[in-house]
Design a protein around this ligand. Structure first.
Ligand SMILES: Cc1cc2nc3c(=O)[nH]c(=O)nc-3n(C[C@H](O)[C@H](O)[C@H](O)COP(=O)(O)OP(=O)(O)OC[C@H]3O[C@@H](n4cnc5c(N)ncnc54)[C@H](O)[C@@H]3O)c2cc1C
Ligand code: FES
Length: 282
């Protein structure tokens, strides 16, 4: 069980939670995730560890309310308990030992996941650049916090309301050409699969090592069910134990995106049941 010690609404559908969980805070590393369960008959969902504070014994997560379970999490507030928080799960992101320019690209909740990643990259003596994007200024998250941990923060919005007008891929292409903070030695992308696939295409010709944090459907998060299977370099990999971070050029994105839509009808029905139950309770 984990008590919520702080919350902040970041966008109308995105909320940050700081959880009291010393055990996870003490061993968490960038790229890892936790499995949450909010009520005893509920499903478990994977959520990235956006940040951790070993001294305070807390972890930070950012949840986007997209369906029944994430809406249940979204309804929680300071003082509430989350029934199960299991982790840290998955392998940490491998970070160069120093002297490299590492660029993290974040979209959606992925921007928050850059927080501990940028801090770890910088702490190892590398230059840490974050590229974050959103449709407009109001949907950008965690940019102030990123300014505190990254050497450079590059902001992109589709409508130009903040930072550069354009997509994160366009800014990344400019960096590869040597503009701004310069050509990356490594790129790590965390966000919607369509964005990660576009990042893989952007870096392909350059030969820059590019990693993506895959977010397939997960059931147990411990390698037992096979639900999170992704094809990497033609081989089956379980994102929960072999990943979730993989070489972007070797991932079969088409299959991964098709698999994530496999239960669309059931997910819609669950969201509708939750909406009915909530309306009846009011
Ligand atoms: C390793 C990992 C880390 C993640 N980190 C975060 C995080 O930090 N914050 C966060 O908000 N979410 C994160 N997710 C996604 C999150 O787990 C799902 O959004 C959640 O399970 C959806 O549950 P639900 O019941 O609310 O919605 P559902 O009813 O299950 O789904 C609602 C909609 O979201 C889509 N969806 C469901 N699961 C995923 C998924 N894994 N990726 C993309 N779309 C999905 C469905 O296709 C559907 O359209 C992560 C997923 C993985 C695998
Ligand atoms: S979630 Fe079950 S094997 Fe990965």
């Amino acid at each position: 069980m984990s008590r919520i010690v702080e919350t902040r609404q970041l966008t109308p559908v995105t909320k940050m939670f700081v959880l009291d969980n010393r055990l996870i805070a003490e061993s968490a590393q960038a790229g890892q995730f936790v499995m949450l369960r909010v009520h005893k008959d509920g499903e478990r969902i994977p959520v990235t560890i956006a940040d951790y504070d070993r001294e305070a014994g807390t972890i930070t997560i950012v949840v986007q309310a997209v369906g029944a379970t994430t809406r249940r999490v979204d309804a929680l507030d300071v003082g509430d308990e989350i029934l199960d928080v299991a982790g840290p799960l998955g392998s940490p992101i491998e970070i160069p030992d120093g002297g490299a320019h590492v660029v993290g690209v974040g979209g959606g909740f992925g921007a928050a996941a850059l927080l501990c990643l940028m801090r770890e990259i910088h702490a190892k003596g590398n230059t840490a650049t974050a590229i974050v994007g959103a449709r407009n200024q109001d949907l950008l998250i965690m940019t102030n916090e990123l300014l505190g941990v990254a050497d450079n923060v590059e902001i992109c919005t589709d409508d130009g309301s903040a930072g550069m007008k354009g997509f994160v891929t366009q800014r990344l292409a400019q960096l590869i050409e040597g503009q701004g903070p310069g050509r990356p030695d490594r790129v790590i992308a965390i966000g919607p699969m369509a964005m990660m696939r576009a990042i893989a295409a952007t870096t392909k010709e350059s030969g820059i090592k590019t990693m993506v944090s895959m977010d397939p459907l997960m059931v147990d998060g411990t390698g037992m069910c096979g639900g999170c299977r992704v094809i990497v370099d033609g081989k089956s990999q379980f994102a929960c134990i072999d990943g979730p971070v993989f070489d972007a050029q070797l991932v079969d994105f088409d299959l991964a995106m098709r698999r994530n839509k496999a239960y669309a009808e059931q997910e819609k029905a669950a969201a509708e049941r939750l909406a009915c139950a909530t309306a009846e309770a009011v």
